[in-house]
Design a protein around this ligand. Sequence first.
Ligand code: FES
Length: 153
Amino acid sequence: MTTSSSRPIARELSVGEVAKRSGLAISAIHFYEAKGLITSRRNAGNQRRFHRDVLRRVAIIKVAQRTGIPLAEIRDALHTLPENKSPTLADWQRLSACWKHKLNERIERLSRLRDQLDHCIGCGCLSMDDCPLRNPRDTLSEQGPGPRLLDPD
Ligand code: FES
């Protein structure tokens, strides 16, 4: 691999290089490694060296965390990828397939929250103007606890 100035692209990166390219603090990279989300090896000088594909893993961790996905769920998904070689397209497709369902559920829940904040959510408070229409006398409580219209699961 070479850069535009044909300087060879390093296949392995130091923790500082990973932090710089990913936009994360070195402490965050150490944290992800300590939590088993990413791995490195030690070189002859006992320094950590990360395979370059760690940048893709770190990018996915960062975005997934921002959408509120718990670290343990992210780790479980990343553990479907091969350990000691760069994941192939098929590997990422497999991860994507097993995660797609959970992501769709999360998107649906976020959309409901976005769309229903100014409406009755069926929580039993009966404080909104449309509660009498959408949850007369809190009849939705018969379906179970919580905001039945916002989060029926
Ligand atoms: S918003 Fe709480 S019952 Fe309607």
